[in-house]
Design a protein around this ligand. Structure first.
Ligand code: ADP
Ligand code: GLC
Length: 480
């Protein structure tokens, strides 16, 4: 039996701000339990719903010297659907209304978390063979492991994997402040280690000190070795390409399951989709105040409203997208200018555009189920889960061919009828508009071809089955 510990800043169902939480909440369930004991450790944020916090059992606590103070660290645990979760408690660091605050606070918070994860290990009766770290918030785990923990026999031989979910976020601040916070010596703040462009960089710590690096699709694993996508780390990633691989994300097929989804108006599967999707579409139109028109081409967007997701392209051709026979259902929060853009559009086109500027898991399911198409024209996309959810619900994704979108959506080929969605290559608003119009034409004028795409989309298997095996292989190679 191999012991694996996932360390991350968020995990479904406890706390979620994006796809990272979906991955941490679903991948551990997919491993072969006879060979891998995969557990998860996250902060015990005060903003985790009380229903979960009250289920957690106290294990023990200790005091850790950190940032010139002696800090309380509580350890709690909980078992759910066969997975063991640990939570590190510190009201001082994790007491906020949201997991993240400003960058400087977050750097201190997650440096603390990274150190506390290692310090807690000897107390929990679980010695991982591999610590699998996710994103910059856990980037210092491999660094600390290499540093002060090496003296202790318990830690010797523990391997580390670092998965990049998003290279854009790195946790950087000036070197002096970073040294003060992390307690790491001058030795670490050189350009071959944690220093990057004169700042300290936590993500870089993970990239330099982990035994293996992965990211969440094969295309993104290639892209990040280039300056355009590399966010300043492309040189380092090229240097480490022998240890870098891409494993595409899956989604939780029992949670995102149109045939057992209690949040949607009418459950369906690949057999009943053409009978039940119109019911879901009509219910969604009613719920969102859209005109109840079965023939309108209903496009969904569920997203963080940020530049990453291509909203400047949408902004550029907003009015051209929203032609007479198109309806738009948006669910998202993020940058104020994009929130306002959709609010204004909805006010301008009542009955045809619905702007839902909030977070709702249940409404997201109804959008995945009720729309005809799903728009995701990302500037970059390490993997993307929303398009996988759309495929699962028979809603055809319209995407830009980047990162995981390129690896998971097969563009419609009008000659062979093959495909699971629509895509364009260049980051160009008119290319996107052209593809949206093409999708609409197929929907309107060639329903047979459209229905075939829906069937093909629903036949795809983006459960974790295949990808979990690839992670198992990676651990096996590392531990050989
Ligand atoms: P990212 O992690 O970059 O935000 P992903 O596509 O990997 O993008 O994952 C996004 C996840 O967050 C999906 O599960 C999506 O349904 C969900 N999501 C995003 N915004 C909202 C929202 N406003 N309400 C509900 N779910 C949302
Ligand atoms: C990040 C990426 C997204 C990916 C998710 C989970 O948030 O932006 O593309 O799907 O992580 O890996």
């Amino acid at each position: 039996m191999k012991n694996i510990l996932f360390a991350a800043s968020e995990c479904v169902p406890f706390i979620k701000t994006g796809g990272l939480a979906d991955v941490i909440g679903s991948l551990p369930k997919a491993f072969d339990k006879t060979r891998y004991d995969v557990r998860v450790i996250i902060p015990k944020y005060l903003c985790i719903p009380e229903s979960f916090r009250s289920e957690m059992k106290y294990v023990t606590h200790f005091y850790m010297d950190f940032c010139w103070k002696s800090q309380y660290v509580g350890i709690l645990e909980l078992e759910r659907e066969g997975v063991h979760y640990y939570f590190l408690d510190s009201e001082y660091y994790f007491g906020g209304a949201w997991p993240y605050s400003n960058m400087l606070e977050d750097i201190e918070k997650f440096s603390f978390f990274s150190r506390a994860v290692l310090s807690a290990l000897p107390l929990i009766g679980f010695r991982p063979d591999v610590i699998h770290c996710h994103d910059w918030q856990t980037g210092l785990i491999p660094v600390y492991l290499n540093d002060s923990f090496q003296g202790d026999a318990f830690f010797r031989g523990i391997k580390t994997v670092f998965t990049i979910h998003n290279l854009k976020f790195q946790g950087t601040w000036d070197v002096e402040t970073m040294k003060n916070i992390t307690g790491l010596s001058d030795y670490y703040f050189t350009s071959d280690k944690l220093e990057a462009y004169r700042n300290g960089n936590m993500l870089k710590g993970g990239l330099v000190y982990s035994d293996r690096i992965t990211t969440v699709s094969q295309t993104y694993a290639q892209e990040i070795r280039t300056p355009f996508y590399g966010e300043g780390m492309d040189g380092l990633l090229r240097a480490r390409e022998g240890q870098l691989s891409g494993i595409v994300n899956g989604i939780d097929y029992s949670f995102y399951d149109p045939s057992h989804d209690k949040d949607i108006a009418a459950a369906y599967d690949a057999e009943t989709v053409f009978e039940k999707k119109p019911v879901n579409k009509a219910a969604l139109q009613r719920e969102l105040g859209l005109t109840e028109d079965p023939d309108a081409f209903l496009i969904g967007v569920v997203s963080r409203l940020t530049d990453q997701k291509g909203f400047d392209l949408i902004q550029c051709v907003l009015h051209e997208i929203c032609e007479d026979d198109v309806q738009l259902a948006v669910l998202g929060t993020g940058e104020w200018r994009y929130e306002q853009m959709f609010r204004d559009l909805a006010a301008e086109k009542p009955g045809r555009v619905s702007a839902n500027i909030f977070y709702s898991e249940a409404l997201s399911h109804r959008i995945y189920a009720g729309c005809d198409a799903f728009l995701m024209p990302s500037l970059f996309e390490p993997c993307g889960l929303s398009q996988l959810m759309s495929l699962r619900y028979g809603t055809l994704p319209i995407v830009r061919e980047t990162g995981g979108l390129r690896d998971t959506v097969e563009p419609y080929n009008r000659f062979t009828g093959i495909g699971t969605g629509f895509s364009f290559t260049n980051y160009n608003a008119h290319d996107m508009l052209h593809v949206i119009r093409m999708a609409k034409e197929v929907y309107r004028d060639d329903r047979k071809a459209w229905d075939k795409l829906v069937r093909q989309a629903m036949k795809q298997d983006f459960s974790w089955k295949n990808s979990a095996v690839q992670y198992e292989q990676l651990y096996a190679d590392l531990l050989d």
